[in-house]
Design a protein around this ligand. Structure first.
Ligand code: AMP
Ligand code: GLY
Length: 420
């Protein structure tokens, strides 16, 4: 199979790496990619969200399968443009990608499908902010309705901060969602979908806040581990039955069946798993750990979804043990990431690239907020964690920062699901 991957993060590097060792894959292309994907595939300097450019690249490369990594091209209809031209694509249509593109849309789908989620109020004018906050009470959860790369959400007990964020979102021309606060550990569960069926992958946990102990602003994700030693044994089956199946049925009923990857961000509350958000693509950095453990050739999984029939896919096989990834972020991330700084020590296997590039002299340099994702597997969570941090310690990038507590609470047995 010749495969074209769209995107440039560590998620795409992880996908490229899994496909590069897949015996079914003979030729790998990435657009635009990064300095890491350049080592195992042919990079093409094409903007991921520009449907015309992606289409003309696909016509040139002639892929058997196109895999779209990030949400922006999906929401912009790049999968539709490619499919209309006859390509086989992993990733939903723009209409189905609204499940991530609009939080209000996702709430509507969940309400119709009876999926457990936080009560929410959509605010469209400045006058309604205070009333909405009064109805939900602290801690306040205030969200940008549209795409914001994980950074559009403020969770705070401070009412003035909540009002300021709502004001800023409305001022930017977007709508605001004010939500009830969900209390309980968070889980990211992915399912590969063909419009009718959902095949769940391993549950993972992401670390969204920039600082140790879940402090500071939200980011795209600072680290992850899988699987979750503390998760209830019936978690995946419960989410399959209460979330994935009803959502797929509702999307089908609306005439916009969901194919590709459906990502459920869940809080495991005392009332059971509740959906915090949906994404219409693989999560970053969770993908790095989930694919690290996947034994089934990835091309077979993506192909079955893209071709619209998961029924013949054999049960997925997973390595035993655990995987951990730790993100190295640029100085100033998430507010104002520095770029153009030289990176050394990033040559080891498992150091996946996100915001990296080569300068004119061929040096590896930073080129984005999240720069590297140091990923390792181990026989136990503890071994995997040590191996991931050993990779982190090899890297030098001026001013960079990373969390030192990825998977630490899980390892210490400090995560508990509130009982019903
Ligand atoms: P989102 O972009 O919707 O995933 O939100 C980003 C992060 O904000 C989530 O991973 C949670 O940590 C937090 N969050 C969002 N919504 C809620 C909620 N209703 N209750 C508690 N925390 C939330
Ligand atoms: N790790 C969170 C996301 O991919 O949205």
């Amino acid at each position: 199979m010749r495969i074209l991957i769209i995107g440039s993060g560590a998620r795409e590097h992880a996908i490229a790496r899994a496909l590069a060792r897949d015996p079914g894959v003979t030729d790998l292309h990435v657009a635009p990619g990064n300095a890491g994907t350049a080592e195992l595939a042919t990079n093409h300097r094409v903007s991921a969200s520009d449907a015309e450019s992606v289409l003309s690249l696909a016509r040139k490369v002639g892929p058997d399968l196109v895999v779209i990594g990030p949400e922006a091209p999906l929401v912009a209809g790049v999968a539709d443009a490619l499919r209309d031209a006859g390509f086989v694509v992993f990733g939903p249509s723009a209409a189905a990608a609204q499940i991530e593109g609009s939080k209000a849309f996702a709430k509507g789908v969940m309400a119709a499908a009876g999926v457990p989620t936080a009560r929410s109020i959509t605010v469209t004018d400045f006058g309604a902010i205070k009333q909405a906050l009064a109805e939900t009470r602290a801690p306040y959860v205030v969200k940008d309705d549209g795409l914001a790369a994980g950074k559009g959400v403020v969770v705070t007990t401070n009412k003035a901060t909540a009002i300021d964020h709502a004001w800023a979102v409305l001022s930017s021309g977007s709508h605001v969602l004010v939500e009830e606060y969900l209390s309980g550990p968070e889980v990211s569960l992915f399912a590969v979908c063909d419009g009718v069926r959902a095949v769940p992958l391993l549950p993972a946990q992401d670390f969204k806040r920039v600082g140790d102990g879940d402090t500071g602003p939200n980011t795209g994700g600072m680290g992850a581990y899988a699987p979750l030693p503390w998760a209830p044994p019936d978690l995946v089956a419960t989410v399959q039955q209460q979330v994935f199946e009803p959502v797929l049925a509702e999307m089908r009923r609306r005439g916009t069946p969901f194919t590709g990857l459906l990502y459920a961000g869940l809080a495991l509350t005392a009332a059971g798993p509740q959906v915090i958000e949906f994404n219409c693509r693989f999560g970053d950095p969770e993908t790095q750990v989930v694919l690290e453990l996947l034994e089934t050739p990835l091309s077979a999984v993506l192909w079955a979804s893209a071709a619209g029939d998961l029924s013949a896919l054999p049960a997925l096989r997973w390595k035993s043990g655990s995987a951990v990834t730790v993100v190295i972020a640029a100085q100033g991330y998430p507010a104002k990431p520095a770029s153009g700084d030289v990176i050394t020590g990033a040559g080891a296997d498992g150091i996946l690239h996100a915001g990296t590039d080569r300068d004119d002299a061929g040096n590896l340099v930073s080129a984005g907020g999240r720069v590297l994702s140091c990923t390792a597997a181990g026989a136990s969570l503890s071994e995997a964690r040590d191996a991931a941090y050993a990779l982190v310690s090899r890297v030098h990038l001026r001013g960079s920062h990373h969390r030192t507590d990825i998977a630490a609470k899980a390892l210490a047995g400090e995560i508990a699901v509130p009982s019903h």
